[in-house]
Design a protein around this ligand. Structure first.
Ligand code: BGP
Length: 466
């Protein structure tokens, strides 16, 4: 790995900042939703808002040279009229300046799911006006922090928050509608392209990309019907985000299939399509947790279930998309307690495919394993995380050896934080946060292992051909 390779951890505003109502911040859709339901929430989370200096110091001491975090829209823009909150901007100036002082490259996500509730109340991502509001917000932050940031990304994981919010219903606004899913997806793609347009118009320094929840698709065999199911699955999982952001092309066979199944696409007007066609990203951010293994569709209604129970097999996570494909589990693979397949080879395969298809620089913007861990000890001996990270960094190095242009790796997450519907007990951090005892921070064994890997420029990784 050369010296410019970015090594760091990633976080998201709602998952770590806490301070949910401080310094004039207004509610996000997650604040409103979790408060109303009385569920575990991010009111305090890791209290990063007050402890960012300590956290950044630990990143520096851990040898890291970059940090991926998101800006909180409801901290920065206070109302539908677009009023800017100077205290919100100041917090991010302080955070970014601290990163720069410590030699940590800030890698910024503009939107990581915390939509202001005042926009959700007007229809959220169902409403075209949210795209204009996003463009305004993106323009404000890009101009404000211009010159301090080299790597901007518009959205974190459009697929994940749109499918979960509008189809699966485990995220706000808890809908179950294919029509709303497609319309929400369209508005996010459009808002993304509008922000890229604003970036170019304003002549902002640096590069702009998007972050995708990348799940490379494999088939159970190579029969023609399986290959067809794989193409449907790839459109569903990846292409609608990546083809659109990288090439300005929404997959036509996907649109045809959606129309044939009765989805009304009349909201896709020509003027907006032009914005999408003309505004491409400079790089791709790929979050990799696992692949999608598929077989041809056999029977049943569309069923999407995500395991938020933390009991292996009990959440019966399932993906059947009627007339498209069915996802299956590989009996030979290992799975986490949340039914996520551990499959480093998928990262190698996915990197090669993404590189061949888009020829854009790639950052692995998230990769990590969620576990139950006892953090009352001095140093969590998380050998499972070390082995997981080793095998995935090895996959990246193999892909680079075979021509892939990978420029950075961000572990999810820099420190323990709130894992959406899984609460704080699903831990991903390199640093333990003791949520029960004053939120004190203690590096885990993986933090020191990662430091060695970074200092050795990857030499410390145990290599193996996949
Ligand atoms: C990604 C998100 C993150 C993070 C991570 C782990 O989809 O970008 O915000 O949460 O996945 O997922 P989870 O917390 O659901 O286990």
């Amino acid at each position: 790995m050369n010296n410019s390779f970015l090594w760091g951890g990633a976080t998201a505003s709602y998952q770590c900042e806490g301070a949910w109502n401080e310094d004039d911040k207004v509610d996000s859709m997650w604040d409103a939703y979790l408060h109303e339901k009385g569920l575990e929430n991010g009111d305090v989370a890791s209290d990063f808002y007050h402890r960012y200096k300590e956290d950044i110091r630990m990143m520096k001491e851990g040898g890291q040279n970059s940090f991926r975090f998101s800006l909180s829209w409801p901290r920065i823009i206070l109302d539908k009229e677009g009023t800017v909150n100077p205290k919100g901007l100041q917090f991010y100036h302080d955070l970014i300046d601290e990163c720069l002082r410590q030699g940590i490259e800030p890698f910024v996500t503009i939107y990581h799911w915390d939509l202001p509730q005042y926009l959700e109340a007007e229809g959220g991502w169902q409403n075209r006006a949210t795209c204009d509001a996003f463009m305004h917000y993106a323009r404000v932050v890009m101009k404000e922090f211009d010159g301090k940031i080299t790597y901007w990304t518009t959205f974190n994981e459009p697929r994940w928050f749109i499918f979960n919010g509008y189809f699966i219903g485990n995220y706000p606004p808890e809908c179950h509608s294919a029509q709303m899913t497609v319309k929400g997806a369209w508005h996010v793609l459009l808002a993304h392209a509008m922000a890229v347009q604003a970036f170019r118009e304003e002549g902002i320094q640096g590069k702009i990309g998007i972050v995708h929840s990348y799940t490379p698709v494999d088939g159970v065999d190579d029969r023609p019907e399986t290959l067809k199911a794989m193409r449907y699955a790839d459109n569903y999982c990846n292409n609608w985000v990546l083809d659109t952001a990288a090439k300005g092309e929404i997959p036509q066979d996907m649109l045809d299939k959606l129309s044939a199944e009765g989805i009304d696409l009349s909201f896709m007007n020509e003027a907006d399509l032009q914005i999408i066609r003309n505004n491409h990203v400079d790089f791709l951010g790929l979050n990799y947790y696992s692949r999608t293994l598929v077989k041809p569709y056999t029977e049943g209604e569309t069923t999407l279930i995500v395991n938020n129970t933390g009991k292996k097999g009990k959440g019966t996570s399932k993906t059947i998309v009627k007339n498209w494909f069915e996802q299956v589990q590989d009996p030979d693979s290992e799975y986490t307690e949340w039914d996520t397949e551990i499959y480093p080879k998928g990262l190698y395969d996915g990197l090669i495919r993404a590189w061949e298809r888009y020829h854009l620089p790639i950052f692995i913007t998230e990769n990590g394993i969620g576990c139950y861990e006892d953090v009352s000890v001095d140093c969590v001996q998380d050998d499972w995380r070390i082995s997981y990270m080793n095998d995935h960094i090895n996959a990246i190095m193999n892909a680079m050896d075979d021509g892939g242009d990978v420029r950075g790796y961000f572990a999810w997450s820099s420190f323990d934080l709130y894992s959406w519907k899984n609460g704080c007990e699903k831990r991903y951090g390199l640093v333990a946060v003791d949520f029960e005892n004053g939120l004190c921070r203690r590096p885990k064994k993986s933090y020191y292992w990662f430091k060695d890997v970074i200092e050795s420029k990857g030499e410390r990784v145990e290599r193996r051909k996949l």
